[in-house]
Design a protein around this ligand. Sequence first.
Ligand code: GRF
Length: 204
Amino acid sequence: MKKLIIGILASGRGSNLQAIIDNTKKGKIDAEIGCVISDKEDAFALERARKANIPAHYIYPGTHKTFLDPECEAEYIKCLKKHNVELICLAGFMRVLHPPFLRVYRGRIMNIHPALLPSFKGLHAQKQAFDYGVKVSGATVHFVDEGVDTGPIIVQRAVEIENDDTPDMLEQRILKIEHKIYSEAIQLFAEGRFKIIGRRVIKK
Ligand code: GRF
């Protein structure tokens, strides 16, 4: 059977990318990684991809800090199409995608967020949760829509926050969960084992 082809966009160290690479190798995800693209030339994620013989591209993001310039966005789309990517996974990609991009891949872009959405959207979510004093936080994989961290939730998992935790300890604990649930969400997509009703992603 033809495998789902995923494209991963990452800006940094790429530990989620690594977990996805490992889980495709272990057969926990029925998909192959068509390419990895970064907006940072020196992202460790690109090195991880090259080491795994996955096409790795740095594509210039433009002059804005929080999104891709339109002409650069077009280059990203061109590259994803060249590699026949069917599902895009944002894994620590630090830029917001615009509606033209979202229209091309509507319902086929996922993101991972290190908190239980809709709480603690945006940057430094683990620290936000820690400072707020919540007793439970976690991680969320969701589809990407026009908002920031607002799309339909695919998988969520919780961790408890202990009295003697530090923000770093919490971040590490959440990261372990991220590495599991991103692969679970991708596999759900690969098997087509869900339907979306309104905001709800229902497992079949
Ligand atoms: C993760 O915490 C992810 O939830 C957030 O950015 C971080 C990326 O880490 N969106 P890594 O590059 O996958 O190690």
